[in-house]
Write a protein that binds this ligand. Structure first.
Ligand SMILES: Cc1ncc(COP(=O)(O)O)c(C=O)c1O
Length: 398
């Protein structure tokens, strides 16, 4: 069976870094559930973070059931029944448009939790400052539906609003946050100075746990911002929590040649199990389990007595294969990789960095068997968190 394996020690390593940043910057950091919501791992992360960020009612409900602590909810649009449930337990509720806020503000402001200060409402702002490279992931692209532009806010009645939320980064460094903050200040500085504004949520996309991320700069930026505007600051990373904490293990189930291309068909699908390899798109690192160990490189999760050969670019090593899925989608291809020895049926391949934006996005497309979800504890033992069956496939469809 293919399996996502998530490492407890790697999760703890990331969470420790995030906790120390939160302490040094005097801010709060929560887990963005859209990136990683394998709730069987929440006990590991909970001690380090302040709570979760949810994209709507269902993620917020998951946070309440399995994580606890603070829940920061932001959805681009809410339906009335979502609001009625969310105001009972979310700690922050952020709105994407003045129209949505105006629709629900009376209901919210008359609720006992709002009156007692247990529920805080904010607006997502759009600083119109693009720093990313992929338009699919750029909430500041011209005409974006995400966030309110400054012109719309300047004369608005903000009674009931206590904070602002922006999310503009994707896998980026603190230098990009720095230029974003300059844009936020230039466009929204006057609003930020209002006494009723007491918090700012700087979203996700901060690659805080990457080794070369400039954490000192992040800490300084947050400290300066807090002091200047007298606000509390929140960050809500997803990827930084789970980056380099998990792998997807697959098996070769057929090998053949067609018109000069050597294909290896696996028991996993790019489309169903690692969709960002097609959507971002990006090239995942792949390791072949075998007798060769690539110097200095290994996957995020190591199993006892295994050696790992890193797959190279097409043509770099002697044997190149196009790694493909057992689905009907012609483009369901993970990529072209080369190895020192021919791939054989039964060989195991390990795709690296497959904990974030995978298990939250998987599908049962083509009825391909869904990989198990497994946790590797600190003593190396493996615990199956979830095994999927034909019943799961069937139940999803009717
Ligand atoms: C509003 C919001 N917050 C947080 C995140 C988490 O971002 P990341 O996983 O890149 O840190 C996202 C990702 O799209 C987002 O849209």
């Amino acid at each position: 069976m293919p399996a996502y394996i998530i490492s407890q020690s790697a999760l703890e390593h990331n969470a420790e870094i995030l906790k120390s940043v939160a302490q040094n910057a005097d801010c709060k950091i929560v887990l963005a559930l859209k990136g990683f919501s394998t709730w069987g791992c929440f006990d590991i992360i909970r001690p380090y973070l302040s709570g979760c960020c949810a994209s709507g009612l269902w993620e917020a409900s998951l946070a309440r059931e399995f994580f606890g602590k603070e829940i920061l909810t932001y959805s681009p649009a809410y339906e009335p029944e979502d609001i009625t449930e969310l105001i009972e337990f979310t700690s922050h509720l952020d709105f994407n448009s003045l129209g949505q806020w105006n629709t629900y503000c009376d209901q919210i402001m008359s609720h006992p939790r709002f009156i007692k200060g247990e529920l805080h409402c904010g607006l997502r702002i759009n600083p119109q400052h693009s720093t990313g490279h992929t338009e699919l992931y750029d909430p500041c692209a011209p005409g974006s539906r995400l966030g309110i532009i400054a012109d719309r806010l300047l004369n608005a009645d903000l009674t009931g609003i206590s904070g602002f939320h922006f999310h503009t980064l994707c896998e980026q460094g603190s230098e990009d946050l720095q230029s974003t903050l300059a844009a936020v200040e230039a466009r929204f500085g006057e609003l930020l100075k209002r006494p009723e504004i007491s918090w700012v949520n700087m979203g996700g996309g901060h690659w805080i746990t990457k080794p070369d991320y400039n954490r000192d700069l992040l800490i300084q930026l947050i400290r300066d911002f807090k002091k200047k505007y007298d606000v509390n600051v929140w960050l809500e990373p997803g990827e930084a929590v789970a980056i380099h904490t998990g792998v997807l293990r697959a098996r070769v189930i057929d090998v053949f040649e067609s018109e000069g291309f050597h294909h290896a068909l696996l028991n996993v699908s790019a489309s169903a199990h690692m969709p960002d390899t097609l959507e971002m798109p990006y090239r995942a690192d792949v390791f072949k389990v075998g007798s060769i160990q690539t110097e200095g490189r290994h996957p995020a999760v190591l199993l006892d007595n295994e050696q790992y050969e890193l797959g190279a670019e097409s043509g770099e090593k002697t044997y190149t294969y196009r790694l493909g899925a057992p689905t009907c989608l012609a483009g369901d291809i993970i990529g072209d990789y080369s190895f020192d020895a021919p791939l054989q049926v039964g060989d195991e391949l390990v795709f690296d960095d497959m904990a974030h934006y995978t298990t939250v996005k998987t599908t049962f497309f083509n009825g391909v068997k869904h990989p198990d979800i497994v946790l590797q504890a600190n003593d190396g033992s493996l615990k199956q968190l979830r095994h999927f069956t034909y019943q799961d496939f069937k139940n999803k469809l009717g």
